[in-house]
Write a protein that binds this ligand. Sequence first.
Ligand SMILES: [Zn+2]
Ligand SMILES: [Zn+2]
Length: 270
Amino acid sequence: MERIEGLPPAISIEQKTAANTPRSTVGTVTEVYDYMRILWARVGQPFCPRCQVPVGTQSPEQIIDKIMSLPAGGKAVLLAPVERIGGETYEELLAREKANGFTRVRIDGQVHAIDAAPGIDARRRHELELVVDRLVIRPDQRPRIADSAEMALSVGNGVALLQLLDDGGRVLRFSQHRTCEQCHAAYEQLTPHNLSFNSRLGWCEACEGLGTQKGASLNAIVVRPERSILEGAILGWDRLPPEGTMSRVVALMARALSFDAKAAWGQLPE
Ligand SMILES: [Zn+2]
Ligand SMILES: [Zn+2]
């Protein structure tokens, strides 16, 4: 018999008899899982679980590119969201921004001259944005658009809005933070913990990383749905004697939950 010896295997894993927890898998025992978690945390694309859209940071250059990719000739207003600082009133905020050189402000979606801004009810929360620039999106406008976008991001602490005047006033939101563009939920940077079923941050909440769940399956319990509970619909409760304790329990339950214990299971309301 011919044979070749000494060829190294393509993948070798070391077998250990270390701690054996209910969450141990081939991946965790061999540490393959640890390397995969690091890889996914680095190259993974997080999605907002609510909106199923990618969550990411955008650099000023990406934001400018996105604006430049809009239909040429479109008119838009570049806005920077602002908030009151400490115990500041809205009037003080507007006075401060006027001193910073801004002349127009959008309050709850309406643009006003800062000098002619209406009184703002301080008891409610309002959306205030400074008008940083009005743009015409054209290739030759790129330097100005870039300057204004960077200005808006700086004033808006990493957030800028672009209201498209030709598109029914649609507002695009740009963010340098890890936020969902749709629901604005903020996310932390991915770490290997987010991808670990051994970590509270990463495990599935239903099974806490165990991969199995204890519970009862309705189909396994109700074995004869064409019968009533008293007549053996439920496994183990075969034809309860009419005067027996179980029959009385079922009758009491039926009264408390208002269902008919004599009706076939399949006929009962959900
Ligand atoms: Zn979202
Ligand atoms: Zn699970």
